[in-house]
Design a protein around this ligand. Sequence first.
Ligand code: 9D3
Length: 245
Amino acid sequence: MHIDFLTIFPDLIREAAAYGITGRAIRTGLVDVIAHDLRDFANDAHRTVDDTPYGGGAGMVFKPGPIARALAAVQDAGRSLEHVIFLTPDGHQLDQKTVNRLSIAPGLVLLCGRYRGIDERIRELYVTEEISVGDYVLSGGELPALVLMDAVVRLIPGAMGDAESALEDSFQNGILDCPWYTRPREFEGLRVPDVLLSGDHQRIAGWRRHTAVQRTRKRRPDLNERIEAGDAAGSQNEDVGGREK
Ligand code: 9D3
C-alpha cells in the first residue's frame, strides 16, 4: 500500500512512521509512506500555504493552490486519487469498519489540515472522504492521520507477527478484552486468579470469556447491547471483502 501524507509537518509524519508495526511494514516493503511538505507547492518565496478567510474572522485557511499542486504531484508519481481522505473534526468518526474497508485499498492520500481548515473547494473537487478521530479538539490533522495509518497498516497481511494477531482482534471486536497477568504470582499483595494457574484450558477460556463480557457490560453498555442482540462483532466488524479472515 502507498500512503501519501500532505502536511506542513512532514518530519512529524516521517518520525512517527518509523516505529512499531508501521516502521517494520515500511522496512519490509509492505507499505511505502511519503510525507509531502505542502510548502514545497507554494508559489511564493515565503512558501505561503495559508491566507485570511474571505468575509473576515480570526485564523487562517489553507489556500487551495498548494494542495491542488501537491495532489497533482502525487498523481504524476503514479498514485491514484481514489482515496483522498481529509482529516477533519466534522468528518465521519473513525471506526473499525472504516479501517477494514480502507485496509484493502492500493493507496491512500491523507490530507492534514491546521488552523481554521482548508478552502472548501478542495473538499468539493478532490476530497473523497472526511474522517474525524473523535469529539475533542486537536490542533491539526497529523495525529489523526497517523492514527488512521496505524489502524490500517496492522491489517495488511504480513504486517503483524503471529503473536499480535489481527484476526484475534477482529473476533474480539465489539467486546472488551479480559484481564491479563504475568509473573510474579503475587505483586504488592495482589495474587493472580487461581484459575489461570490451574492448567485447565477449558476453565481458563471460560473465565476469560466471562470476565470479558462482565467488563463490557460495565464499561461499554453500548457494545453490550449488540452482544445481547447476538451481534457480537457489531457493525464495526463487517466482512472486509477481498481478503480471507
Ligand atoms: C471552529 C470549529 N473548530 C472545529 C471544532 C475548528 C477546528 C478546530 C481544530 C478545525 C480544525 C481543528 C484541528 N483538528 C483537526 O484537524 C482534526 C481533528 C480534531 O480536532 N479532532 C478529532 N479528529 C480530527 S481529524 C482532524
